[in-house]
Write a protein that binds this ligand. Structure first.
Ligand code: AFP
Length: 330
């Protein structure tokens, strides 16, 4: 087991050495994502000074205003990984179509999907934001990957992770064996292992949901959330916490337990969050840490996507709390 203080590069390399079939391609890709995150972090840290706040005037594929930092993070991520020779294609929450690898670079066996800057509405008010990523092995052959390579079940992910630009910057990832968290030491510009083998408690006292949407939910969901607001059998009360950045709400839930949910609504049963860039990578991490993730009926990781920007309801966190939510929804 890696020691606290191990650099992320060494950690990735040691995991590669422990896997006899590893070629180093996934390790190379993860290191490039880590490098991109440091560049994004540096921009996020000086956002108010560097004229990086505010909107670009464009609207993205999700119908949301594109922030300058969204656009910056998206292009830095693409630039850092496209030349590595590890990828056959990419998909980003910010880009409508599949992102191909330019002809001047070689292609590889992996597919990368990402949300370059999660929590955009929190950028201008200095609240935690993040980057989320998910890696699959390609299914098709040929030089370029296709949309079919992206539309795989979450169970097929070979790696997933996120970066949280918070009170400190952390890189949290899993290649399937354990979930490991690294904290960026800004004085050295390096991530060091600070949270080895994260385990989510089976049950937690916090629930996290955008409460203002309550009237839009189906009755069983309203009844369930009402129960969370009420004293528990032993008289204790839960705590409500909601940042409005999935990365931040998930990070807290991963470490402390409890449940985060972004449910569907009566008129919008598919919910808001994107399966491929948000729910699926977080579900991979939650399960690897002993937690669970459901859309209310099925495991998130078992959903077969049918389009790149598909949305899904999400209930994620402590295994017992997610099971309780699913039971309550009937
Ligand atoms: P962006 O990545 O477009 O900023 O969306 C943030 C987000 O998808 C997710 O991070 C939050 O959990 C959720 O939206 C917050 O949504 P509400 O503002 O509707 O609560």
């Amino acid at each position: 087991m890696a020691q606290r203080g191990t650099t992320i590069e060494r950690h990735i390399f040691e995991r590669q050495r422990a896997t006899s079939s590893a070629t180093g391609e996934l390790s190379g890709l993860l290191q490039q994502i880590a490098t991109a995150s440091k560049i994004i972090n540096s921009k996020v840290n000086q956002a108010g000074l560097a004229d990086a706040l505010g909107v670009t005037g464009e609207v993205n594929v999700q119908g949301e205003e594109v922030q300058k930092l969204d656009e910056f993070a998206n292009s830095i991520l693409i630039r850092c990984v496209e030349a590595g020779g590890h990828l056959c294609c990419m998909a980003s929450e910010e880009v409508e179509e599949l992102i191909t690898i330019p002809d001047r670079f070689t292609t590889g066996k992996y597919v990368l999907m990402f949300d370059p800057l999660d929590g955009s509405t929190n950028i201008d008010v200095n609240i935690s934001i993040g980057t989320i990523f998910s890696v699959h092995k390609r299914m098709t052959t040929g030089r370029n990957g296709t949309v079919a390579d992206c539309l795989q079940r979450g169970t097929e992910q070979v790696a997933a992770g996120y970066v949280i630009y918070g009170s400190s910057t952390m890189f949290v990832y899993s290649t399937g064996e354990g979930v490991h968290g690294f904290t960026l030491d800004p004085s050295v510009g390096e991530y060091f292992l600070s949270h080895p083998n994260i385990q989510t408690p089976k049950h937690g006292k916090t629930y996290s949901v955008n409460d203002a949407n309550c009237s839009k939910w189906v009755d069983p969901l309203q009844a369930y959330v009402n129960r969370l607001r009420s004293p528990q059998a032993d008289g204790s009360l839960r705590s409500a916490r909601y940042v409005g950045t999935l990365v931040a709400d998930f990070h807290r839930t991963l470490l402390k337990g409890g449940i985060f949910m972004y449910p569907g609504e009566k008129k919008k049963p598919e919910g808001k969050l994107r399966l491929l860039y948000e729910a699926s990578p977080m579900a991979f991490l939650a399960e690897r840490a002993g937690g669970a993730a459901s859309d209310g009926k099925r495991r998130i990781l078992e959903i077969v996507p049918d389009k790149l920007h598909q949305r899904t309801p999400l209930f994620i966190g402590s295994a017992e709390d997610v099971a309780d939510a699913v039971r309550s929804l009937g």
